[in-house]
Ligand binder design. Structure first.
Ligand code: SAM
Length: 456
């Protein structure tokens, strides 16, 4: 029983060998069986690390010195690496990233979900590896400088003043920098959550990767937008790709950037993006997969798993602006989408019309309530689920089980909540047949997974 002796204390410095990556991205080291999660380390590294939090059954630590570097380590590409917490896996070779993502999917399903005996596809590698995001969200920081960028890890007041983020295009980087220059020139301060004063809050940029259309959404606290007309004119002239420039006002304490009333300063209140040959209208309020090119591969995988023959009645739960529903509509007889955000439902209907899809319907509401109230004269043949990161709630999964569809295709952006839902589906008589990771977010620990369940 040497565990009590070896249990580290906060501020201890330890020499550790990293042997794995934890779900969420930290390096894992073991010391006499005691697990230490090490930020900034990758498997194969030998490091000197300082313990930041010592808990009863595990500890957290931060790398102080790299003693011996892993053969899988690569040079970070981004100039903000080390300060910005954004792409914590960029020091790991891409092959290794994919390998760890794949094994984390299996581990989650087996250990959290208690599920075994399923087929796992080779993960779909991302293409391109950089500048792949179609949406980025920045915050203004209170203080003298009016910085604009991503929050420092774990800090809600300070941000990294981003000059060039390699996750999105050069054009949208230049737009962010121009908006920051303008905001600084106004002399107005950033919003202060404590005192509820100040003006500038967030900047959300969206770019249709297949259409070139850009949306700029500037989020402020209450007050007048300074020199709105000339600002809009100058920004539109400098960046002809901007199709929509909107100003949203968040007068709440919540530090979030979407879901608020907005005014169009120039252009339209929406942009278009094309996915799998379909054209989608996207508004500031609605969800769109953030990596367009990999979303196409994700959706095609979901379609393949769905195995539609043409006669099926399909449910698309958490349907957003209808992207999955409209793709599947061509291969089934009828599809019904359910989505909580009303504006997304409105756009899903418009998108159906614009793409000539006549066999889709969309209901606005929460999945749980909508499924409870719905009257069906036909049982669905397939249910597609694509919930947010938190997964579907227990009651939502229960309602899905009660629908009694022979097949379920589950699209997940969080393998651990997928695993919890998969366990409940298994109790409800569904067997996990096949699963496959799609890498939508290279250089980050995030994993997108598509899974096929069949009723046994
Ligand atoms: C991960 S997105 C998927 C959207 C769509 N399938 C796509 O690929 O673009 C999840 C969607 O679920 C919606 N949502 C969140 N909670 C919901 C709930 N309880 N009931 C219905 N929709 C919900 C969100 O507004 C969002 O549009």
């Amino acid at each position: 029983m040497n565990a009590p002796l070896d249990k580290p204390k906060t501020h201890d410095e330890l020499e550790l060998t990293i042997d794995n990556l934890a779900f969420g991205g930290k390096g894992v080291a073991r010391r006499a069986g005691f697990v230490i999660f090490v930020e900034g380390a990758v498997p194969g590294d030998r490091v000197r690390a300082v313990v930041t939090h010592a808990r009863r059954s595990y500890a957290e630590a931060r790398v102080k010195e790299l003693l011996n570097q892993s053969p899988e380590r690569v040079e970070p590409k981004c100039r903000h690496f080390g300060v910005c917490g954004g792409c914590s896996w960029q020091t790991l070779s891409y092959d290794a990233q994919l390998r760890y993502k794949q094994s984390q999917v299996t581990e989650c399903l087996e250990h959290i979900g208690g599920i075994h005996g399923f087929e796992i596809d080779e993960p779909l590698a991302a293409e391109p590896l950089w500048r792949y995001r179609n949406k980025v969200e920045f915050s203004f920081s209170p203080g003298d400088n009016l910085d604009l960028g991503f929050h420092l890890p774990g800090e809600w007041r300070r941000v990294v003043n981003i000059q060039d983020c390699l996750l999105h295009s050069e054009t949208t980087n230049a737009i962010r920098n121009a908006v920051r220059d303008f905001a600084r020139s106004t002399g107005l301060a950033a919003w202060e959550q404590q005192s509820e004063t100040g003006f500038w809050r967030h900047l959300v940029l969206r770019e249709g990767i297949n259409t070139g259309e850009i949306m700029v959404n500037i989020v402020t606290g209450p007050g007048d937008f300074p020199d709105a007309e000339s600002f809009a004119k100058n920004l539109m002239a400098a960046f002809p790709g901007i199709a929509s420039l909107v100003w949203s006002v968040n007068d709440t304490r919540a530090s979030v950037a979407t879901g608020f009333p907005f005014t169009v300063l120039a252009g339209r209140d929406h942009i278009f993006e094309e996915i799998c040959g379909l054209r989608f209208k996207v508004s500031p309020q609605t969800f769109l997969q953030t990596n367009t090119l990999m979303a196409e591969r994700l959706y095609r995988k979901a379609l393949e798993y769905a195995g539609l023959e043409g006669h099926e009645f399909v449910f698309d739960l958490y349907s957003g602006i209808g992207s999955i529903a409209l793709l599947m509509a061509k291969s089934c007889s009828e599809i019904l989408g359910i989505e909580i955000v009303e504006d997304a439902v409105r756009l899903a209907r418009e998108n159906a019309l614009a793409n000539g899809v006549t066999n889709s319907r969309f209901i606005s509401g929460k999945v749980r309530a909508a499924l409870k109230n719905i009257e069906l004269d036909r049982q669905p043949d397939l249910v597609v689920l694509d919930p947010p990161r938190a997964g579907a709630s227990k009651k939502e999964v229960q309602r899905v089980i009660e629908l009694g569809a022979p097949r379920i295709v589950y699209v997940s952006c969080n393998a651990s909540t997928l695993a919890g839902n998969a366990a409940q589906l298994a109790e409800g008589g569904y067997q996990l047949i096949r699963t496959g990771a799609v890498d939508m977010f290279p250089h980050t620990p995030h994993i997108e997974v598509v899974s096929l369940f069949e009723r046994s």
